[in-house]
Ligand binder design. Structure first.
Ligand code: LLP
Length: 419
């Protein structure tokens, strides 16, 4: 459920008609709904009501906007971060350091030190040398780093290959068979407090089966580690729950997920940690765009919009589907390809799709763009960096400026040794 709906034939974000935002801010622009964000955060937390000890860390990579993070911080969410930059964002949004989990396959020594200096709650160690480095850095600072070992359970998440992370051939975590030995060696290091394990098998999962299979493997690992004398108090189950992108999509609900987790983990006696991203933010945002031109094509027309692959990269990167709807639908439909202005055929949002009929000057939105949208934007083709707006009832505010191509250019220079 979201708060983007037609009122008197005009698409609104909560109480704000989208044409008003287009007029005042310009297009393209991401528009987020605070009520939707809060609802999703609440629904996910409610789904975990049967889990006695838990911590929810929003995977801020999917939407690191400070305004968005502040809303979630107020809902009691912490953050899963994967870089020093994300760590500073989480703190700047008001999240407590101990509520921050530091994931990521390639943390630098400087980032490990930054995490320690900031007093974050947990490091998710990706492989043994990283754990050894963290122990050294912590020891030099006379600190102890709370850490878990990320394991790769070797299950097929059944999602797009580029966002699948839990197969043996993926770069993430240590093989689950090798995990007990590695854990044992890391647990012996002063400077580290090895308290559990973590996993994350992929994103946009549309079945709970691979998650359940992975959790069961991790449950056996926890038992093995305990049998070897280790104290296991935390298990981080990662994120990955999918969202509906097409109207007919029906992924498992947070409640289904919560029930499965409660069932599989009922005897684990640990604090469970969760790193949801898309399921919280996906449907809280749309990308508002204007139709520039409708151009005849060999088969169907091209609807050329002012948003492009640099603003919303998912279709170009993963052939992802984003629903496209007119802000003032007439009830008529057309078959068209939706493309952006960037000079690549890959800059295509949809091929030969039946959509609301639109003409030059009309406004439309790409839906379900609140996760992995603005955060993956670039300035390719010297386009501006897309702005973001947060709506709250009958008010809204720009939570990220449009960064003009001229501002980017101002940060460049021509060497004076080129005459
Ligand atoms: N935890 C870890 C360690 C992760 O790597 C990720 C996502 C998450 C949590 C959150 O997963 P979620 O709940 O959002 O599925 N750019 C791609 C998605 C990349 C996901 C990367 N990792 C896309 O647009 O589909």
């Amino acid at each position: 459920m979201d708060h983007f709906e037609l009122r008197d034939g005009v698409l609104h974000a909560e109480d704000i008609p989208l044409p008003r935002i287009a007029e005042e801010i310009g297009t393209p622009v991401y528009v987020y709904s605070r009520a939707t964000l809060e609802r999703h955060a609440q629904v996910f937390a409610d789904a975990l009501k049967d889990i006695p000890r838990k911590h929810i860390a929003f995977a801020i990579k999917c939407n690191p906007n400070l305004g968005v993070l502040r809303v979630l911080a107020r809902q009691g969410y912490g953050a899963d971060v994967v870089s020093g930059g994300e760590l500073e964002r989480a703190l700047a949004s008001g999240m407590a350091p101990q509520d921050i989990v530091f994931s990521g396959v390639g943390k630098t020594r400087a980032e490990l030190a930054q995490g320690l200096d900031r007093g974050i709650g947990q490091f998710n160690i990706e492989h043994e040398p990283e754990g050894v480095a963290l122990a050294e850095i912590a020891l030099a600072k006379e600190m102890t780093a709370p850490a878990v070992l990320r394991v790769n359970p070797d299950v097929d998440a059944g999602t797009h290959a580029k966002i699948s992370t839990g197969k043996a051939e993926n770069k993430f975590g240590v093989g689950i068979d090798a995990a007990p030995d590695i854990f044992g060696r890391l647990a012996a290091l002063p400077g580290l407090q090895m308290r559990g394990v973590a996993l994350h098998i992929g994103s946009q999962l549309t079945s709970l089966d691979p998650l359940e299979a992975a959790f069961e493997r991790v449950g056996r690992l926890v038992a093995d580690l305990r049998a070897a004398g280790h104290s296991i108090t935390h298990v981080d189950l990662g994120g990955g729950l999918g969202v509906p992108y097409r109207p007919e999509d029906n992924p498992p609900s947070p409640a289904d997920y919560g029930a499965m987790v409660a069932r599989v983990t009922k005897d684990w006696d640990v604090t469970l940690m969760f790193e949801p991203g898309r399921v919280i933010a996906g449907n809280t945002g749309v990308l508002l765009t204007e139709v520039l031109w409708v151009k005849p094509g060999a088969t169907n027309p091209f609807v050329i919009v002012d948003a492009a692959m640099n603003d919303l990269a998912r279709p170009a990167l993963y052939d992802a589907y984003h629903d496209f709807v007119a802000v003032k639908p007439t009830g008529e439909q057309m078959t068209a390809s939706i493309v952006g202005p960037v000079c690549e055929t890959g800059d295509t949002f949809a091929r030969d799709r039946v959509i609301d009929t639109v003409e030059s000057g009309d406004l439309a939105v790409f839906r379900t763009a609140g996760a992995y949208g603005a955060t993956m934007a670039s300035t390719y083709n010297s386009r501006s960096l897309v702005p973001e707006v947060l709506v709250d009832g009958d008010r809204y505010i720009k939570v990220a400026d449009r960064i003009a191509a001229s501002t980017i250019m101002a940060a460049e220079r021509v060497p004076d040794w080129i005459d």
